[in-house]
Design a protein around this ligand. Structure first.
Ligand SMILES: [Zn+2]
Length: 232
C-alpha cells in the first residue's frame, strides 16, 4: 500500500500537525469554538486509546492462548503479558510524573517568587513552561512514532495508516497544549520560537517512526502500543 519512504514522510507529517494547532491557539477563539475543539480532541483521544490498546490486547491474548495450549513456549505468552502491563504502567505513570514534576510545581514556585520580588517576567516563564510541555509531548509522540513504525515493520500496514491519521489529528490538538502558557500575554511569540517548540513536540514522531520500523519484535510491538495508549 505504501512504501518505506512514504511511511517516513507520513510519520513526519503525523508529528508536524502540531503546527496546525498553533495559529488556532494564538487566535482569540470564541468560547464556543474552544468548546468544540476540546470535544473534538477528546473524541480523537478516546478513539485512539481504544484502537491502540485493542491491538496490544489482541496480540497478547493470541500469544497467551497459544502458549497455554502448548503451541508455543510458555515464555512467549508470559513475556508479552509483562510487556503489555509494563507499557501501560510506564505510559500512565511516566506522563503523570512528568506533569507533577514540571507542569505544576515550577509554575507556582516561579509565580510566587516573581510576585514576591515584584518582577514581571510572565512572558519568559510562559515560554519556559511551553518548552517543558513541548518536551513532555515530544517524549509521548516518540512512543506514538514507535507504534507507527513497529506496526509497519510487523506488516500491519492498515494499522500504520490508521495510526498516522489518528495521531496526526490528535497531535494538531497538542499544539494548543504547548502554546497554552503563552496565551495570556499580549506579545506574540517570535516565529523562530514557534518553530522550535513545534520541532521539539512533533519531531519525535518522525524519529520514533524511523526507530520503530527498523526491526520487528512482538514484545516491542506490544510494549510500544501499550505505552502509546497509556500515554494518551
Ligand atoms: Zn501525541
Amino acid at each position: 500500500m505504501i512504501n518505506y519512504y512514504q511511511l517516513l514522510i507520513l510519520g513526519a507529517i503525523a508529528g508536524f500537525t502540531i503546527f496546525l494547532g498553533f495559529p488556532l491557539a494564538l487566535l482569540k477563539a470564541s468560547q464556543r469554538t474552544k468548546a468544540f475543539l476540546n470535544a473534538l480532541a477528546i473524541g480523537i483521544l478516546v478513539f485512539l486509546v481504544v484502537d491502540v490498546f485493542g491491538h496490544a490486547w489482541d496480540t497478547t491474548t493470541n500469544a497467551v492462548i497459544s502458549s497455554f495450549t502448548g503451541k508455543t513456549p510458555l515464555v512467549d505468552g508470559v513475556s508479552l503479558l509483562i510487556a503489555m502491563f509494563a507499557g501501560i504502567i510506564l505510559g500512565l505513570i511516566g506522563l503523570a510524573l512528568y506533569e507533577r514534576r514540571y507542569m505544576k510545581a515550577p509554575a507556582t514556585e516561579t509565580t510566587l517568587e516573581n510576585s514576591m520580588a515584584g518582577k514581571d517576567t510572565v512572558h519568559i516563564d510562559g515560554l519556559k513552561l511551553a518548552t517543558m510541555i513541548a518536551i513532555g509531548i515530544g517524549a509521548h509522540n516518540f512512543s506514538e512514532g514507535l507504534a507507527i513504525g513497529q506496526s509497519y515493520a510487523a506488516g500491519v500496514i492498515g494499522l500504520a495508516l490508521i495510526l498516522i491519521i489518528g495521531f496526526g489529528l490528535h497531535n494538531a490538538t497538542e499544539g494548543f497544549g504547548i502554546l497554552g502558557p503563552l496565551q495570556g500575554s499580549d506579545k506574540r511569540p517570535p516565529i523562530l520560537t514557534l518553530i522550535k517548540l513545534g520541532l521539539i513536540g512533533g519531531g519525535p514522531t518522525f524519529l520514533g517512526t524511523l526507530a520503530g520500523s527498523i526491526w520487528v519484535s512482538p514484545i516491542l510491538y506490544v510494549l510500544f502500543m501499550a505505552f502509546a495508549g497509556g500515554g494518551l
